[in-house]
Design a protein around this ligand. Structure first.
Ligand code: FES
Length: 107
């Protein structure tokens, strides 16, 4: 099912991408050439270069980060924030249509 994801950047830019559910946010972002999502490990949870900050109003709709994601979030290049998540661990579902995430300055 197609959904829209809004990506915000540190410089104030905001881009919207139409993507499909049934994949991770990281896969959707890299396929759509979203700036700043490096995803060096390809989604195997060993790089923390897919760091995004989920907007507060969306955070509660996501399952909580598992312990291995929590551990990797300690290694992000940009400072971890309350909404920090790894995009490879966010499964896109229809309920996330309109999701807003910020791409940090550094990965
Ligand atoms: S792509 Fe490497 S941890 Fe997400």
């Amino acid at each position: 099912m197609p959904i829209s994801i809004h990506f915000q950047y540190a410089d104030g830019r905001r881009e919207t991408r139409l993507t499909d559910t049934g994949q991770s946010l990281m896969r959707a972002a890299t396929a759509a050439d979203v700036d700043g999502i490096v995803a060096m490990c390809g989604g195997c949870l060993s790089c923390a270069t897919c760091h995004v900050i989920v907007a507060p109003e969306w955070l509660a709709l996501l399952p909580p980060a598992a312990s291995d994601e929590q551990s990797m979030l300690e290694m992000t290049a940009s400072e971890r924030q309350a909404g920090s998540r790894l995009a490879c661990q966010i499964a896109l579902e229809p309920g996330l249509d309109g999701l807003v995430v910020t791409v940090p300055e550094a990965q």
